[in-house]
Design a protein around this ligand. Structure first.
Ligand code: ZN
Length: 500
């Protein structure tokens, strides 16, 4: 059996002022057999596809595997180029029996709101309707109808932090084997409750998101059910269809698929108020951290999460730490290539006064004028060992530990979400010995930081990844929608439930 593998993956924050060009994808782009060379034996989705292909004896047709760090709208020319690189090998293949893709599900281009639908339609245009097309999706996919129409199965992650990417890859490729073996005839249905949910409330180990995931897993024990996907959605994309989506795949039982998707959406709607975010102002958060016995206390700057398209150069928490004179803190990371350049020129041990952060836009705090010392300079390479991306090499660009009063600021050239403790250790910082750790991350940091954290505080910082969804100016989003439209808050229903 000849099976295509490919991926074009991006999470696009339409509130970002930083467009995403081909250069950003080139940093993480593999073509043809280089995909197999890069991922075989590792713990990525491509690795899972390759492993199952070997077990099942598939002949792989590797096309393109490309992703870029979340940021603003993907340029049309970049998307068109990537799509053509995926389609050409499929067109020139002598025979295609199946197509296995990984698509994020929350990409937006300058002129297409559902590029994943566009990719699936383009692939379908080449292979026809008899060849199965399966895609894995991120848990933050904003799933459009076209995606469900053009794919045979969509397999979303079940975890946030996303620690099950490899497992979902194995699942998707296993379903391909079932279809090609004639044992499975997938039918899919979707349902969207009228809700958008902040990533902060999509943590799958916690209520309320775990209530949906648990129900999904319970549904999957039914022999008719092939896969149940609960996509939390990515609220920082202003699109008509943005938001939570339930997708259920059955073995040739369209009625059951729709019924289960409807049931899941009904539960989400019933507990919608529990999805409202809860955050603490920066000064209160830092004060609480300093009076906490022991450590480390992790302060999550979720509004400036580069993993959700934010600039990663916000200054609000750093400013607060300096004002309150905290000791033994570390901030991971401040992306500021201009500052890195000055610090590297100055050299290790040198004192320096300069502007730091706040360069990308005016939404994450202004640049702050700081005095500090260059403690260490690194090439920014490290090997993650934690549950998120173990064994997949990571790079921050040139990186400097810049010590300002009691704060070690890890200043980097690249934007990077601190998902792994090896990031700190690679620059000589032992995170378990710190009193305060500031992470520019919404939830992914938890996979490695929860085991070492005395306490985690989610801080109410400003930015384009803020949990305050009502602060965003949505223009295309369908209305009414929870929690933006007051009539949907269900006050009467809330009162009734309190008196029941
Ligand atoms: Zn995600």
């Amino acid at each position: 059996m000849h099976v295509v593998i490919g991926s074009i993956s991006h999470e696009t924050n339409t509130f970002s002022n930083v467009p995403t060009g081909l250069d950003k994808f080139r940093e993480n782009l593999y073509l043809g057999q280089d995909i197999v060379k890069a991922f075989k034996g590792k713990h990525a989705i491509a690795s899972a596809f390759i492993q199952v292909a070997e077990e099942e004896g598939f002949d792989l047709i590797p096309t393109l595997w490309a992703s870029a760090t979340p940021s603003g709208l993907v340029k049309d020319e970049a998307f068109n180029h990537l799509l053509s690189k995926m389609i050409q090998p499929i067109e020139s293949a002598e025979k295609v029996d199946g197509v296995l893709l990984h698509l994020h599900g929350a990409m937006v281009t300058q002129s297409i709101d559902d590029p994943e639908g566009e990719i699936l339609e383009a692939v379908r245009g080449v292979v026809g309707h008899e060849v199965p097309v399966i895609s894995t999706l991120d848990l933050h996919a904003n799933i459009a109808e076209r995606m469900v129409r053009e794919a045979d199965v969509l397999v979303g992650y079940d975890t946030y932090p996303h620690v099950d990417r490899f497992d979902r890859g194995i699942e998707a490729a296993g379903l391909m084997a079932e279809i090609l073996g004639g044992r499975l005839k997938p039918t899919m249905a979707m349902k969207k409750p009228p809700m958008i949910v902040s990533p902060q409330r999509q943590k799958t180990n916690y209520y309320p998101m775990n209530a949906l995931i648990n129900l999904a897993h319970e549904m999957e024990t039914d022999e008719n059910i092939v896969n149940v996907t609960v996509s939390g959605g990515y609220p920082f994309a202003d699109l008509e269809f943005t938001g939570m989506t339930m997708v259920v795949t059955t073995n040739n039982r369209q009625d059951v698929a729709q019924e289960k998707a409807d049931n899941l959406a009904a539960l989400a709607w019933k507990i919608r108020r529990d999805f409202l975010a809860d955050v603490i102002p920066p000064k209160e958060a830092v004060a609480e951290a300093t009076v906490t016995q022991g450590g480390p206390v992790v302060l999550a700057d979720h509004a400036d999460n580069p993993g959700g398209g934010a600039p990663c150069d916000g200054t609000v928490i750093l400013q607060t730490l300096l004002e309150l004179g905290v000791e033994n803190a570390v901030l991971a990371v401040m992306a500021d290539p201009e500052a890195v350049n000055k610090m590297v020129k100055a050299g290790v041990g040198k004192a320096l006064t300069l502007n730091l952060g706040g360069r990308t836009d005016t939404l994450h705090g202004p640049p702050i004028h700081v005095m500090g010392t260059v403690k260490l300079i690194s090439d920014g390479n490290f090997l993650p060992l934690g549950p998120m991306s173990s064994g997949l090499e990571s790079n921050m660009g040139r990186t400097v530990v810049f010590t300002c009063q009691g704060v070690d600021v890890i200043v980097t050239e690249k934007r990077l979400q601190p998902t792994d403790l090896e990031l700190y250790r690679s620059v000589g910082i032992e995170p378990t010995r710190k009193k305060i750790i500031v992470v520019k991350s919404a939830v992914h940091f938890r996979a490695s930081h929860e085991p070492i954290a005395k306490k985690i505080i989610e801080v109410d910082t400003p930015g384009i990844h803020s949990s305050r969804l009502s602060a965003f100016q949505y223009k295309k989003l369908r209305r009414p929608i929870f929690p933006l439209d007051v009539e949907m808050l269900g006050i009467a229903e809330l009162k009734k439930s309190l008196t029941d």
